[in-house]
Write a protein that binds this ligand. Structure first.
Ligand SMILES: Nc1ncnc2c1ncn2[C@@H]1O[C@H](COP(=O)(O)OP(=O)(O)OP(=O)(O)O)[C@@H](O)[C@H]1O
Length: 386
């Protein structure tokens, strides 16, 4: 018997002659919280609909709690789905909606008393107002409906809970508290496994035990948030997490301006450096001192710091920290660097030259992402006609 509550192997999903999801694998243990992260149109909703049984798989298999459900109808799958544009019954009150959802528990149908207890409990868990119970959906705001819809999905206590952009249409503070509640719910329950899809990297970092980064229907990388953040395997993955986004510099140009850097990397960079980029997270960059005589050259110090001169283009106060835009001197074709810093002594005057540093151990060499991958089939992955 499998120890996985959700196991997907080689899943392929087509819409007509268009391949939407290709060769998708995922294995989650009970209670695990997985966030599938990817840009609009990469196939996230399609994937959830297929796991829920609303779309057929062209190839591959889906197993829930060790049982192959690839050909099992949606109603018989122990799956709850929060749709991206949620459908609440317009003629039912919030309370009636929650009662029906609660009784749809496939493992054990609760009594009327238990149903009421579960409704009270889910209201408390998600911090929902009990005054909403007698109300119909049209009397609630979009954000309130979204939170009720989430309660409806969770109250059924499915084995696998699929959440399609749960924070959409919710204001920042409500989303913040909902994230906190979701983290608590997933921390408390060992019996429900979550698959949450979003294009928001911060959401993924906050909630996920495991992140799967998708592009054009294919998995680019999966791992813990720390693995993905610190060691992305390509530029698309590097850009998926972090705000402001990471800096990506052409590796060959950087190595031309500072050959010591190539030697300082633990393993020497591969030969074809034009296919590689140097990733620098904004928080890794520190301003060291003004370059008063304007003669500083890029170098690697004995303490393992890559130091280089920049021109300060812009400084913005983000409330407690600063966002800087810096132009590398000698690499004027490279895009300006973004840096975030809590340093107090940041100058106001733009146009001044500074020496910056980044620990070499914080630099990452990443492959430039292919524009569109075509993974081994006659059809193009990600919405392109064959
Ligand atoms: N019913 C459909 N028929 C044909 N193509 C579809 C259909 N629904 C979606 N698609 C296509 O499938 C691809 C993936 O769509 P999907 O909704 O899964 O993306 P997504 O990653 O969830 O995007 P978003 O974040 O914008 O919701 C898109 O190219 C879309 O145009």
């Amino acid at each position: 018997m499998s120890t996985h509550s959700l196991q997907i192997n080689g899943l392929v999903i087509d819409r007509g002659s268009t391949r939407i999801v290709d060769d998708f694998d995922l294995a989650l243990v009970p209670g695990e919280y997985c966030v599938v992260l990817g840009p609009s149109g990469c196939g996230k909703s399609t994937l959830l609909h297929c796991i829920a049984g609303l779309l057929e798989a062209a190839r591959g298999s889906i197993a829930i709690d060790g049982y192959d459900v690839t050909r099992v109808t949606a109603r018989k799958r122990d799956v709850g789905l929060l749709f991206q544009h949620d459908t609440m019954y317009p003629h039912l009150t919030v309370e009636q909606t929650l009662q029906i959802a609660c009784r749809a528990n496939l493992r054990r149908r609760p009594s009327a008393t238990e149903t009421n207890q579960k409704i009270q409990s889910i209201l408390q868990t998600l911090n929902l107002d009990p005054a909403w119970l007698p109300r119909r959906p049209e009397t609630l705001s979009g954000g309130q409906r979204r939170r009720v819809a989430l309660a409806k999905t969770l109250i059924r206590e499915p084995s696998v809970c699929l959440l399609d952009e749960p924070m959409a249409a919710i204001d920042r503070l409500a989303a913040e508290s909902l994230m906190q509640h979701l983290a608590e719910v997933s921390g408390q329950t060992e019996s429900t496994t979550f698959v949450h899809v979003t294009h928001d990297g911060d959401e993924a970092m906050r909630l996920a035990d495991k992140i799967v980064v998708m592009s054009n229907g294919c998995i680019l990388q999966s791992g813990t948030p720390q693995e993905i953040y610190q060691s992305p395997n390509c530029t698309d993955v590097a850009l998926a997490l972090g705000s402001p986004p990471c800096n990506l510099l052409p590796l060959d140009e950087v190595l031309r301006s500072c050959s010591q850097l190539g030697e300082a990397f633990q393993s020497s960079p591969p030969d074809s450096t034009n296919e590689l980029a140097l990733m620098i997270r904004p928080e890794a960059i520190q301003l060291v001192e003004p370059d008063l005589n304007e003669k500083a050259m890029p170098t690697v110090t004995e303490l393992g710091m890559w130091q280089f001169p920049v021109t300060l283009l812009e400084r913005r106060d983000l409330g407690g920290r600063h966002l800087l835009r810096l132009q590398l001197i000698g690499s004027e074709n490279s895009p300006p660097l973004s840096a975030t810093t809590f340093q107090e002594s940041i100058p106001h005057e733009t146009g001044t030259r500074w020496i910056c540093q980044v620990p070499v151990s914080d630099l990452r060499v990443v492959a430039k992402s292919p524009q569109h991958s075509t993974p081994g089939t006659s059809k193009t992955c990600g919405g392109t006609e064959s």
